[in-house]
Design a protein around this ligand. Structure first.
Ligand code: COA
Ligand code: AMP
Length: 624
């Protein structure tokens, strides 16, 4: 038995002692006297009697401890040709001032602030300023279209929205302010103010309720950290469920801070003064946990990269960043590596840089295919650590704990459960399956600190979505197995969630957009395997009776609708007009069967199929 086994067992045998010990890494205004509150099952709360301020832990305490001159954030932005280093002392000043701005606009403890910003340091500043005030941020990924932003604004009902004049994509400047204005036209909720950061690449027109970031910060009174309960929400992060309505995952501050502070040295092997480069986006959970909060909680330096793995301008940028900022741990999605490999299969660009500071590569967000795993390991010469988790869990459920002990790797497996996670695999009747047999991957309750306590304003949906299928367990929505050695293999979602270039999307949400077209009677969207993005959506529509349309013209309209209503990230490019959709006798569309055929997998046709001829007619289109 190795160290990992001991640590994991300790977390299972005595979670109270394990997490109270982990809590010592955090500064509390009222330290926890106990860890778990299980008085109200199926709800669980961590550190119920403790108080803290997460911003103090991520910023101020490091300045007080003498790290004021160390870079906290390095904004490396090949799309603007700039690199900006922000020390902990500067970050403290910027965050305190921006907290002053928000407080001046009426934002207080518990109020929500929606943050719709590109990959610029001000995104982290806005998040930390909310944390400083005990306000709740909700960051919306910049690639989402106005309708998605509006849905989040209506659910979170923010007092203030923070945005910028623009974001920068590979070949274009995307103006954010018109997108926000369009979202506010669609939303029923009205924030009192919008704070707008003007960037040199575009100037936003400000209206009556708008506040200019720079002007407001210039005159702001810095605001101190407000202690809040450990169980108070730190943020809401919306993620795709199986319907078009996003789920507002709630994260509380105390448990999250403890869990992240535990993972930084033990999983990611990054400590104070060391540099982590997480190439993701602040709009995703990976960005929340390992661009912003995780590295800052332990006094590390975080690289905030505004660019792509390829095309900004080339496939060598990750290596340049590793070299220039002496990166110790690099974390990104497998898609990014597939994109780099496609552009630079022999690592010619890699050879131009000194990446000797790099100790390990972490990949998450989608299944890591063994070929990409192998290529990355061979090219970089460092351990490649697959880790499996979700927006809901906040930090890795399954990983290889590089800071404790590197376990032997099995390609295709993100390795073994991290402390606090009780991973089980069940059959449809809720019985545990033997090792090696696929089933639903669930997590025994209580979930550890840092995992979601509920959904925003919707305890009922939380219970219905996650806790009802198998009593006493949290349903991950992923299927897979655990082998005889305890290695977890995650094979894919068992619901209608798809993963496109590490972006989580709902096929139900895409279907809602297609179904709203006046010529469409019914439709199905499935995720099909894609060599670069892991999965991409494909749409199938049945026309209303009597409608005659050119297929290409209609497909182009539908693709455009999805770009306008969900966002270009959905990457829907193919829509086919079909005479009918295969269904069960009770009217359920056989999406799984369709997906299997499209992926060339021998998917059994359910006995409940209504009309086999419809499916047979679809086969050649699916296989295309
Ligand atoms: N704001 C606005 N638009 C955005 C956006 C943003 N923040 N992010 C992406 N888009 C747009 C892109 O411009 C693109 O538009 P287009 O169809 O007009 O070209 C579309 O959304 C699809 O973008 P993307 O998924 O980035 O695909 P791509 O083909 O441009 O690039 C990769 C492919 C592999 C380079 C890219 O997907 C990538 O960097 N993946 C890494 C994923 C990742 O970090 N995931 C986070 C989870 S850990
Ligand atoms: P998100 O909530 O956006 O982080 O997406 C979470 C989903 O991405 C999970 O439920 C999985 O389906 C998938 N996922 C994330 N990491 C991995 C991984 N390492 N291996 C397989 N699937 C993953």
């Amino acid at each position: 038995m190795g160290v990992y086994d001991d640590v994991h067992r300790a977390s299972q045998d005595d979670p109270e002692a394990f997490w109270l010990a982990a809590a010592a890494a955090i500064d509390w205004t009222a330290p926890p006297t106990r860890a778990l509150d299980a008085a109200n099952p199926p709800f669980h709360r961590w550190f119920p009697d403790a108080e803290l301020n997460v911003c103090h832990n991520a910023v101020d305490r490091h300045v007080a401890a003498g790290r004021g001159e160390q870079p906290a954030i390095v904004h490396d932005s090949p799309v603007t040709g700039s690199v900006r280093r922000i020390t902990y002392a500067e970050l403290q000043d910027e965050v305190a001032r921006f907290a002053g701005v928000l407080a001046g606009l009426g934002v207080g403890r518990g109020d929500r602030v929606v943050v719709y910003l590109p990959m610029i340091p001000e995104a982290a500043v806005a998040m930390l300023a909310c944390a400083r005030l005990g306000a709740v941020h909700s960051v919306v990924f910049g690639g989402f279209a106005p309708k998605e932003l509006a849905a989040r604004i209506d659910d979170a009902t923010p007092a203030v929205v923070v945005t910028a004049s623009c974001g920068i994509e590979v070949a274009r400047v995307i103006e954010y302010k018109p997108l926000l204005d369009a979202a506010l036209d669609l939303a029923t909720h009205r924030p009192a103010h919008c704070v707008v950061l003007q960037r040199p690449q575009a100037t936003a027109t400000l209206g009556e309720r708008d506040v200019d970031w720079a002007a407001a910060v210039a005159t702001a009174v810095p605001h101190d950290c407000v202690p809040v309960r450990a169980t108070d929400p730190l943020y809401i992060l919306y993620t795709s469920g199986t319907t078009g309505k996003p789920k507002g995952v709630v994260r509380d501050g105390g448990g999250y801070a403890v869990a992240l502070a535990w993972t930084m040295p033990n999983v990611f092997a990054v400590g104070p003064g060391e540099t982590m480069f997480t190439a993701s986006d602040v709009g995703w959970v990976v960005g929340h946990s390992y661009i912003v909060y995780g590295p800052l909680l332990v006094g590390a330096t975080s690289v905030l990269y505004e660019g792509k793995p390829v095309g900004t301008p080339d496939a060598g940028q990750f290596w340049r960043v590793v070299q220039d900022h002496r990166v110790r741990s690099l974390f990104t999605a497998p898609t990014a590596f597939r994109a780099i490999r496609k552009e630079d299969p022999d690592g010619t660009l890699l050879a131009r840089y000194d990446i000797s500071s790099l100790r390990q590569l972490f990949l998450a967000g989608e299944r890591l295919d063994p070929e990409t795993h192998r290529w990355a390991g061979e090219r970089l010469g460092v351990p490649v650590i697959d880790n499996w988790w979700q927006t809901e869990t906040g930090w890795p459920i399954v990983a290889n704990p590089a800071g404790i002990e590197l376990l032997p790797v099995k390609p295709g497996s993100p390795t073994r459960p991290m402390p606090g996670w009780d991973v089980r695999v069940l059959d449809p009747a809720g019985r545990p399956v033997p090792p090696g047999v696929d089933g639903a991957i669930v997590l025994g309750l209580p979930l550890p600190p840092g995992a979601l306590p509920t959904l925003w304003n919707d305890d009922e949906r939380y219970v219905a979505s996650y806790l009802s299928a198998f009593p006493g367990c949290y349903l991950t929505g992923d299927g897979g197995h655990v082998d005889e050695d305890g290695y977890v293999f995650v094979m894919g979602r068992t619901d209608d969630v798809i993963n496109v270039a590490g972006h989580r999307l709902s096929t139900g949400g895409l279907e809602e957009v297609l179904a709203a077209h006046p010529d469409v009677a019914e439709c199905a969207v499935i995720g099909v395997a894609d060599g670069l993005k892991g999965q991409v959506p494909r749409g199938f529509v049945v026309l209303k009776a009597g409608v005659e349309r050119d297929e290409h013209e209609l497909a182009a309209e539908l693709v455009q609708l999805v770009r306008e209503q969900i966002g270009a990230v959905a990457s829907l490019r193919e829509v086919a007009v079909v005479p009918a959709l295969p269904k069960t006798r009770s009217g359920k569309i056989l999406r799984r069967t369709m997906r299997g055929i499209a992926d060339g997998v021998d998917e059994p046709v359910p006995g409940t199929i209504e009309n086999v001829a419809v499916l047979d007619a679809l086969r050649p289109i699916l296989r295309r």
